[in-house]
Design a protein around this ligand. Structure first.
Ligand code: HEC
Ligand code: HEC
Length: 439
């Protein structure tokens, strides 16, 4: 009767007897296979983008060259020939390409692509500019989508696009300026932290349980109110998937006794804001006033009451059981699970290593990095990315080169503040960094 076992195994394997997939499993599948918006470009724009690069012929390993140019990563799921973050989508009368959540939320560390890790190498401004040029439809947004490679102006997209919508998300003929600013320089937070949070986004203004809030991504001009309503159940599943994600474990050696010493220093100096970890985890969900935290104020200032009012009046905020946007005093202290993987640090990615987070005097002022993510690019001693200090970039450099230099004297890019590690001894700081690897 061996054949019977085989037949049963095949049936189970194909799902005939399998239980309904859970919401998280459905959400993962949706996230990896659905374009939630119409395409921006014909598929040919991908194949011809290299003509914008100033090279004479198409690079031999084109997929790798394309990823490298824009800071995208190989998809750890089936995505055809495209990198994680570019996806086939309806376009005019055929198929085109759009971005998706993983353009920004698909990162890589130690050479491994990770869905849910912020993409700290992305140059979204070059990706948009050169794909539109390759498509023969050069289009310019009325704001910068990125000022420094690895950061983006996701908030500006929301402010800009909500201005074209009435409260019911129909398009308006009289667009509103909801106070557009494009110098927040936002680093992308890791999705696996969401499950601990009561409030989300950097200022803690938004109810972390909101599904509609993450649907702001769908505000492409061709998305109708009916499309938003139809996609809501899928976004509930996507949220369940985000809530199921776990931080990746630090894969390199850890000095256990040093980490144990660091744990004690952390409990004393850091836990009141960042919570505790291990067997009895706790997360206080604390927002620290701007004047006390002292990190760059732009992200806080750039989303103003004009947007808050419009958002709260709109479909996005009419979600049962969800609190409206609130005004907070500053930035939320994030959980630190998997923090070894999420460099650079602070909401604006202004500090490349944990050693710098803990010692404000040791933070580099103007620096660049390889924007690759292999072990050779990773600084296991300071924990974060290896950087090289350079002079401020020439304003006449092409944007793609200028954005590779992070200049902390520029708006939105201050690396000041969060001086909580400054008074620790060098030994204690070293121990805390070792402890942070274990989270
Ligand atoms: C253009 C880049 C970009 C894209 C595309 C994008 N995000 Fe984000 N996302 C961000 C940035 C930047 C933040 C931080 C925003 C802030 O607080 O200022 C963020 C924040 C979030 C957060 C809150 C995390 C936290 O802990 O505070 C969630 C959840 C999220 N995004 C989900 C999504 C989903 C789902 C999609 C696709 C439907 C998506 N994002 C598409 C850039 C992006
Ligand atoms: C008074 C509250 C407070 C204390 C105390 C505090 N932090 Fe923070 N921490 C914050 C806030 C708020 C942020 C976010 C700042 C920002 O992004 O602008 C932050 C950010 C961080 C980050 C960057 C996280 C990321 O992903 O970008 C790390 C790492 C960190 N803190 C570690 C520590 C350590 C270690 C200590 C103890 C030596 C400590 N913090 C003490 C409030 C605090």
């Amino acid at each position: 009767m061996r054949w019977l076992g085989t037949v049963l195994a095949v049936w189970v394997g194909t799902g005939v007897f399998a239980a309904e997939p859970t919401a998280a499993v459905r959400g993962k599948k949706a996230l990896e296979s659905t374009a939630f918006i119409r395409g921006f470009w014909p598929t040919s724009a991908y194949d011809t983008a290299w003509k914008q690069w100033g090279v004479k012929e198409k690079p031999a390993d084109y997929a790798a060259a394309f990823r490298d140019r824009y800071g995208l990563h190989a998809a750890p799921f089936d995505n055809g020939k495209y990198p994680m973050g570019l996806r086939k989508a309806d376009y005019l009368f055929g198929q085109g390409l759009a971005i998706d959540c993983t353009t920004c939320h698909g990162g890589s560390v130690l050479g491994k692509s990770v869905v849910g890790l912020g993409n700290s190498t992305l140059d979204i401004e070059s990706l948009f500019g050169e794909m539109y040029a390759a498509a023969g439809t050069p289009a310019r947004l009325p704001f910068h989508s990125s000022n420094a490679r690895g950061t983006n102006e996701a908030g500006a997209f929301s402010v800009f696009l909500l201005g074209f919508r009435n409260d019911d998300l129909t398009l308006t003929l009289t667009p509103r300026d909801l106070d557009l600013h494009d110098d927040s320089c936002e680093d992308v937070p890791a999705w696996w932290l969401l499950k601990k949070k009561q409030t989300m986004y950097y200022t803690g203004a938004t109810d972390a349980h909101s599904v509609r809030s993450i649907m702001q991504f769908m505000m492409h001009p061709l998305t109708t109110p009916r499309d938003f309503a139809a996609a809501e159940p899928t976004f509930k599943d996507v949220q369940a998937y985000l809530l199921s994600l776990e931080a990746p474990k630090y894969p390199l050696p850890i000095d256990k006794s040093l980490a144990a010493r660091g744990q004690a220093v952390f409990a004393e100096n850091c836990a009141k804001c960042h919570g505790s970890y291990g067997d009895a985890p706790a997360y206080p969900n604390k927002v620290v006033p701007l004047a006390a935290i002292g990190t760059d104020p732009k992200r806080y200032e750039n989303i103003t009451a004009a947007f808050g009012r419009a958002y709260n009046a709109s479909w996005f905020a009419q979600e049962s059981g969800i609190k409206p946007l609130r005004e907070t005093a500053g930035y939320q202290a994030p959980p630190l699970d998997g923090v070894w993987a999420t460099a650079p640090y602070f909401h604006n990615g202004s500090v490349p290593t944990l050693a710098g987070v803990l010692n404000s005097a040791a933070r580099p002022k103007v620096f660049t990095r390889s924007f690759r993510t292999a072990e050779a690019d990773y600084d296991a001693a300071k924990v974060g990315w290896k950087v090289t200090e350079v002079p401020p970039p020439d304003a006449k450099l092409p944007g793609i080169d200028r954005r590779k230099v992070y200049d902390t004297t520029q708006p939105g890019r201050s690396n000041a503040g969060h001086t909580y590690g400054d008074d620790l001894t060098p030994d204690d700081r070293h121990a805390v960094v070792e402890y942070l690897k274990t989270l």
